[in-house]
Write a new protein. Structure first.
Length: 286
């Protein structure tokens, strides 16, 4: 269990809670509490929705909402599509198989084979290397490029499914696609709290998470309902969505690689980050 930061409590008006946190830290470190009292230089409004749409953050907020939506939309869509693709054997057979099942009985339930369960396990385990790859590259190429790369790889794998590949190649493509889309999700979780200041950090992350839930809510209508009409259109929707999300990642105005969490006000943080957006972490600022 970790307490809120003392600074956050002070700015939120919880002076006693902030003091209790500092006393606890001092006790755990075996150090005496410094003399003095906690003083707030100025009182600020905390976490207003309108702060996400100030001139400094409006574009960032809208792009992040779409990125989070696309992450959940594509991730859960792939999860739903995987069993359908494995049962059909390949993309070319899925439409005819679903028509046969529908003609026999709308309540027919097909069992997964042992091979299906094995391949499903492999695609599920792909999330571990996906997260490890993200962990390795996120501080090397940056947050924006990591998210863009994840979306591009997912989109490319989705397009390759148009080729009616065999079972082994299908499993490999689904493995890669799921690895990168799950890794991109983690990159978004890293980037979003870093890009917002203390005042709106939780609100920014919360609204982005809400947009992800919207994507998860919509995706069954594509992965299940649209699939009955056209498997190619279904794959095209997911591929196109991720391609647009990759562009959105590139257009994010702020790269947070190498920057610590700032504790300035919302306006100061926006001016600072946008002003430094074109500089790399190693460059000096005048």
């Amino acid at each position: 269990w970790l307490p809120e930061s003392a600074r956050y409590d002070v700015l939120s008006g919880n002076q006693e809670k902030a003091l209790a946190t500092l006393k606890r830290i001092a006790t755990e470190n075996g150090a005496p509490m410094p003399l003095g009292k906690l003083v707030v230089s100025r009182q600020e409004d905390r976490g207003k929705m309108r702060d996400l749409f100030t001139p400094h953050f409006r574009w960032t907020t809208l792009l992040l909402w779409f990125i989070w939506f696309s992450n959940a939309f594509s991730y859960y869509g792939l999860v739903l599509l995987t069993t359908e693709l494995f049962q059909a054997g390949d993309v070319c057979s899925i439409s005819s198989r679903r028509q046969e099942v529908k003609a026999k009985c709308s309540l027919t339930c097909e069992y997964l084979t042992e091979e299906d369960y094995t391949d499903l396990l492999w695609t599920t385990l792909s999330e571990f290397p996906g997260v490890l790859v993200t962990l390795w590259i996120i501080d090397r190429i940056g947050r924006k490029k990591t998210m863009a790369l994840s979306f591009l790889v997912f989109s490319f794998c989705s397009l390759l499914l148009f080729l009616c590949v065999g079972r082994n190649v299908l499993t490999v493509l689904l493995f890669i696609a799921r690895a990168f889309i799950s890794g991109g999700f983690q990159a978004a979780y890293v980037y979003t709290p870093e890009v917002y200041p203390t005042a709106t950090r939780a609100l920014g992350l919360g609204t982005c998470s809400g947009m992800a839930r919207v994507g998860a809510l919509i995706t069954p209508f594509i992965a299940q309902v649209m699939l009955e009409s056209s498997v190619y259109l279904t794959l095209l929707v997911y591929s196109g969505c991720c391609l647009l999300a990759a562009l959105a990642s590139c257009f994010l105005p702020i790269e947070t690689k190498g920057r610590g969490l700032q504790e300035s006000s919302h306006k100061e943080w926006g001016q600072e980050m946008v002003g430094r957006g074109s500089h790399s972490p190693g460059e000096s600022q005048e």
